[in-house]
Design a protein around this ligand. Structure first.
Ligand code: ZN
Ligand code: ZN
Length: 136
């Protein structure tokens, strides 16, 4: 078989990374993606994974999630706008729904905003596994 050219190799790497992000219901770090990707592409390097993640992020296909309480970024395939809950104990990152129509969001007393295109909201706390049970 003819060795694949550089272009098709990049495409293959990106397809594998997107597939990992689609399949994982959580928000993996670049390292976690790297470990998964190596099962399919044994020669892939961590640097290549970072490079492809950056490329996909610039293309708007991947979203990078950063919080103050975790040093490593998480990644997810682009999906409808949502907020993230971050557990400071087990570092789990969970999806939280945002209001469907962002235009409906109003901040009391704020007149400096004309319209909102996207929102990046992090909620920090303890997840159900780590914290005491919530009593309502
Ligand atoms: Zn937790
Ligand atoms: Zn998410």
């Amino acid at each position: 078989m003819k060795p694949a050219g550089k272009k098709s190799r990049n495409t293959r790497q990106r397809t594998v990374i997107m597939e990992i992000l689609r399949k994982s219901g959580y928000h993996p770090t670049a390292e976690a993606i790297y470990h998964e990707a190596r099962k399919v592409l044994p020669n892939i390097s961590l640097g290549t994974v970072y490079r492809n993640l950056n490329f996909l992020r610039e293309q708007g296909q991947v979203r990078e999630i950063r919080t103050d309480c975790d040093s490593s970024s998480r990644f997810e395939g682009k999906c409808p706008p949502h907020a993230h809950f971050h557990c400071t104990n087990c570092q789990a990152v969970l999806d939280l729904p945002l209001p469907e129509c962002l235009d409906e969001v109003r901040w009391e007393g704020t007149t400096d905003i004309s319209s909102i295109q996207s929102m990046d909201l992090h909620v920090i706390g303890a997840c159900r596994e780590c914290g005491p049970p919530v009593t309502v």
